[in-house]
Ligand binder design. Structure first.
Ligand code: GTQ
Ligand code: FE2
Length: 278
C-alpha cells in the first residue's frame, strides 16, 4: 500500500510569526477560529493533513473569545505557549497552559477565551477528513455566542496537565519503535489514538512502518526524523505528518517529549492494522 499523502513538516517558529501577523489583522469577532491549517502539499488537496486527520495552529489574544460551537469531528489541543487561556467544554472551564492536552470530543460545545496578558498559541488536531468522507458533518453554533461557564475545573478527564504527563512518562514502558510511551485516554473519541513519548538525548528508534496515519507535535526537545524518503529537522512546537505505511525513523538530538495522534484505534477496530520493522 502507498498513501497519496506525502510526509511533511511545519515549523512552529514560522507559524507563530504568521499568527502574530494574523492577530493584528483579524479578530475573533470576524473569524470563527484564528487558525492555520497544515494542508498536505499534494495537488487538489485543500485542507487535509493526512487521509483522516487535520492539524492546525491556533492562537488567541488576551481578552478575546472564540465563540462556542459544536461539531461531529473529534478534536484535541496541545498547548504550546499559553498562560491564562482556557477552553470551555460543555460548560466546564479548563485552563489551557503550556504543555497541557485538552480534549473536545465530537458534539461537545466548546469555546476558547483568554484571561492572561500574552498571545496564546496551541496545536489543534481533528478527524475532519474522516467525517467528510463518511459525511456525518454536523455543525452548530451556540445560540448565546459564547456559552456561559457553569464550572471551573482544575482536574477533569478532558485535561491532561504537562506535569502529570511528565511524571507518568517517567514510569512508562519502553518500546524499540516508539520509545517510552503513555496513552492519553480519550474513550469518547474512538477514531483517534493519542500518545506522548519521552526520548532521551541520542535515542534512535528501530525504524518501522505501520498502517496508521500519524501526526507528531514536538512538546520539548530537538531532533531529526526521516519519514519515507524525507528527512526533517524539528524543534519545539513543530508538526510532522507521517502517512500510513511510510517508514518512520526518529533521532532525538536532545531530551524530547513528543505528542502523537493517529488513526491507529480506527485501523485496529477495522482489523486493518499491522506494523513491521523496516
Ligand atoms: O478550536 O474549535 O483548528 O472547530 C478547526 C476546527 C479548531 C476549534 C480548528 C475547529 C477548531
Ligand atoms: Fe471546534
Amino acid at each position: 500500500m502507498h498513501s497519496e499523502f506525502v510526509p511533511a513538516h511545519w515549523r512552529y517558529a514560522e507559524a507563530k510569526w504568521a499568527m502574530q501577523a494574523a492577530g493584528r489583522l483579524i479578530g475573533t469577532d470576524r473569524a470563527e477560529r484564528r487558525n492555520f491549517v497544515m494542508r498536505n502539499p499534494i495537488s487538489g488537496n485543500d485542507y487535509a493533513t493526512l487521509r483522516t486527520l487535520i492539524a492546525a495552529y491556533q492562537s488567541i489574544l488576551p481578552g478575546e473569545k472564540a465563540r462556542t460551537h459544536r461539531h461531529a469531528p473529534h478534536a484535541l489541543r496541545v498547548i504550546l505557549d499559553a498562560k491564562g487561556a482556557y477552553s470551555v467544554v460543555d460548560g466546564d472551564k479548563h485552563p489551557m497552559e503550556t504543555g497541557d492536552i485538552v480534549l473536545t470530543p465530537g458534539w461537545c460545545w466548546h469555546g476558547h477565551g483568554h484571561d492572561g496578558t500574552e498571545q496564546a498559541y496551541w496545536f489543534d488536531g481533528l478527524d475532519v477528513p474522516l467525517t467528510r468522507l463518511l459525511e456525518p458533518m454536523f455543525f452548530e453554533e451556540h445560540p448565546e455566542g459564547f456559552a456561559p461557564v457553569k464550572r471551573v475545573t482544575e482536574t477533569s478527564p478532558m485535561r491532561f496537565r504537562f506535569s502529570d504527563t511528565l511524571s507518568k512518562l517517567a514510569l512508562a514502558p519502553d518500546s524499540v519503535h516508539f520509545g517510552r510511551t503513555i496513552d492519553i485516554p480519550a474513550p469518547t473519541m474512538p477514531t483517534l489514538t493519542l500518545k506522548v513519548h519521552a526520548w532521551p538525548a541520542g535515542w534512535r528508534n528501530v525504524p518501522y512502518r505501520h498502517a496508521a496515519n500519524t501526526i507528531y507535535v514536538v512538546m520539548r526537545g530537538r531532533g531529526r526524523s526521516t519519514i519515507g524518503e524525507s528527512a526533517f529537522d524539528w524543534e519545539f512546537g513543530d508538526t510532522l505528518a507521517a502517512p500510513a505505511w511510510s517508514r518512520i525513523e526518529h533521532h532525538a538530538a536532545e531530551e524530547t517529549v513528543m505528542f502523537s495522534m493517529s488513526d491507529e484505534q480506527l485501523m485496529r477496530w477495522a482489523r486493518y492494522y499491522r506494523l513491521e520493522a523496516v
